[in-house]
Design a protein around this ligand. Sequence first.
Ligand SMILES: [Zn+2]
Length: 273
Amino acid sequence: MDKTSRRFGSFEVLLLKDGVFEAFSEVLTHTAGAEARHAALAAWGKPSFGIDVNCFALRGPDGLMLVDAGTGTAWGEAYGHARTALVAAGLSAGEVGRVLITHLHGDHALGLFDGEEPHFPQAEIWVPATDLAFFTDQAARATLPKARQGGFDIAERLQRLYGERVRLIGPGEILPGIELQALPGHTHGHSGYLIHGAQESLMLWGDALHLPELQAADPEIGLEYDLDGAMAARTRRSVLAQAAREGWVVSGGHIRGFYRVRALADGFEVVAA
Ligand SMILES: [Zn+2]
């Protein structure tokens, strides 16, 4: 597939980098309140964060699939490079038989679309049922400010353009060797995908962490993009602990490459794998 791909179980996995999102550091949150938030910001010391945006190609026994789809052309020319990375690896959108979605935010799902056409002509789109239920609930939409309603538009467009090819999935084994793990908080149906291997397994944890170094050291640090900050922090702590305990390799929507998690006396650290 590509010289940078890695094998986990029966899947060859390639990280596709879509772009880098510049977020002002003001978006940082802390479950312990203003003082802890201030201390975290002071320790960071910079006005912004550069947050990688990734998706993944997995080649396995029944062909090619993706985990998330990047931004496509929706966020302008600084993004959408996952599409060129796929082609550079000798693959094409037409070969993609399935896209597993971690959650219905733009940086993960807008790449499913070319305007009013599906970008993946043959693919089924597998979406955590809880996430689609939330983002199709008009009462839930009304509780959020306009700037946070993008997922609702994506859910509507997904159903309209992919129709019967949208498949709802839940926790547990969804394919031989792949398990969906609910990681609620960032969104209510936010999910990770665990790819089982005999030697090592890979957890693609979506947006459980956006700032891996900071949030591993202090899992109570979040970003305003988390729909339920307290739940996101609990999930973050538990998936970090599980990754450390199980010896998983981890990656996700916003981390530069493949890592392992080490538990420290207080918090965790991520180390390149
Ligand atoms: Zn994201």
